[in-house]
Design a protein around this ligand. Structure first.
Ligand code: FES
Length: 420
């Protein structure tokens, strides 16, 4: 496998789409993000007709195999669906009703597989309900400015709401948590949903959520590990944030108070750095643009900051010359990372050898499964804990590299029984 293809295959992207007519650029973008001319696609639709419609719109002519399954098959742990999920390059979640979509997907083996595949490299796209279901907190009801006057209720209480009475409260459900800190809403401007997303980011501001409102015919490409996104399509994406406030008023009856509500509107080509909470101009989103429009790997930039076609994956970033320190380089040794053969120098920290190979995500956090890398680099903070030779919780910033080591990213707390 070429370096460039390997680079693509190891990355995951989420691609929520705001419903309505899907922009022409979405089909080619999904394919480009996989780095493969013949990606295998699994469409998860509410029914077979909807699956065929999505296939014609997005994957004609098909490059590779395009399989369609329904939510009912998923619910029943259909073995052939699960087998395709294991190696699909693209998984596309159709529209419909997000409550129903999550009800049928949640706690299935398919959901478990999808979450695992995110740390291995996959493109998961979804339109309308399929987009909203990607977040952990999922907007399910409430619309218009009324949402700012009525507060929110959990989905389990929604049956008691009199639908003839207007305005309605915001109904809050639990999504698939493919991206835990982003609340995604769709048909955003077309269906007047600003109020409910503003309410949700205000209510969950202590959890530092970001609200993403995608208008119809608009999509976002989100690099899952880097937490940066790029907007595609014909409309705008709104990114909403609420500032922390010393008194929470979101559970009180009556109109909402929310201090420091920030709204960013982004059109095609602009992006947002979710991790750093800041918008990205076109210049800052160059690598995402390159991956989306079919660059062959992480883009190399020339001295003017322009993307050039030749791609060099990683150069040696180790410090050789230092004014006061001497670095003694050990012999070159082979080790493996997630089954991939790499080389480094004996005695250097494992994390240093990984960084030199371009690998910066060392583990995923315990609760929100967010990517983690170096922090203190002196063995104090635990951010670099990995699984080494079957042993979890090894601080790789201070653990010396040895020949033949098997290094793996650690998911959460790791396997605490190993090595006991
Ligand atoms: S980076 Fe802090 S312990 Fe390794």
């Amino acid at each position: 496998m070429s370096d460039a293809l390997q680079w693509h295959r190891s990355r995951s992207y989420l691609m929520p789409i705001g419903g309505g007519p899907i922009p022409d650029s979405v089909g080619p973008a999904m394919k480009n993000l996989t780095g493969s001319d013949e990606p295998t696609v699994l469409i998860v639709a509410s029914d077979a007709d909807d699956g065929q419609r999505l296939k014609r719109r997005l994957f004609e002519p098909p490059g590779g195999a395009v399989e369609i399954t329904t939510l009912q098959h998923i619910k029943q742990d259909d073995p052939s669906t699960l087998a395709i999920l294991e190696f699909a390059d693209i998984v596309f979640l159709g529209g419909g009703d997000q409550v129903e979509l999550v009800r049928l997907l949640q706690d299935t083996r398919a959901e478990e597989t999808l979450l695992r595949r995110l740390s291995e490299g996959v493109v998961i796209a979804g339109t309308s309900a399929g987009a909203s279901a990607m977040g952990r907190i999922m907007p399910c009801g409430g619309t218009g400015w009324g949402a700012l006057r009525c507060g929110g209720i959990p989905l389990s209480d929604a049956e008691d709401v009199n639908e003839d009475v207007s305005p309605q409260p915001v109904v809050i459900g639990e999504g698939l948590a493919l991206m835990g800190n982003v609340i995604i809403d769709q048909h955003f401007f077309a269906r007047d949903r600003f109020g409910r997303l503003a309410y949700l980011v205000s209510r969950y501001r202590e959890q530092e959520v970001v609200g993403l409102g995608l208008d119809e015919s608009t999509a976002a490409v989100i690099d899952w590990a880097d937490e940066r996104m790029l907007v595609l399509g014909n409309g705008s994406a709104a990114v909403l944030l609420a500032a922390r406030f010393d008194r929470d008023t979101t559970d009180e009856p009556g109109p909402l108070t929310s201090f420091g509500l920030e709204v960013n509107l982004l059109a095609e080509g602009y992006g947002y750095d979710i991790g750093r909470r800041r918008p990205m101009a076109r210049q800052d989103a160059r690598d995402l643009v390159a991956a989306t429009i079919g660059g062959v790997g992480p883009p190399a930039l020339n001295s003017c900051g322009e993307i050039v076609s030749e791609v060099k994956i990683v150069s040696d970033i180790r410090i050789g010359d230092h004014p006061i320190l001497d670095f003694v380089t050990g012999r070159e040794v082979e080790f493996s990372f997630e089954g991939q053969k790499l080389t480094g120098y004996e005695g250097e920290p494992i994390a240093a050898a990984l960084h030199a190979a371009g690998i910066k995500i060392l583990r995923y956090s315990n609760e929100l499964r967010r990517p983690r890398g170096f922090f203190c680099a002196i063995g104090n903070c635990s951010e670099c804990m990995m699984r080494v030779d079957g042993q979890s919780n090894v601080r790789t910033c201070i653990e010396p590299l040895r020949e033949g080591m098997r290094v793996q990213r650690q998911d959460g707390k790791g396997d605490l029984s190993a090595g006991m």
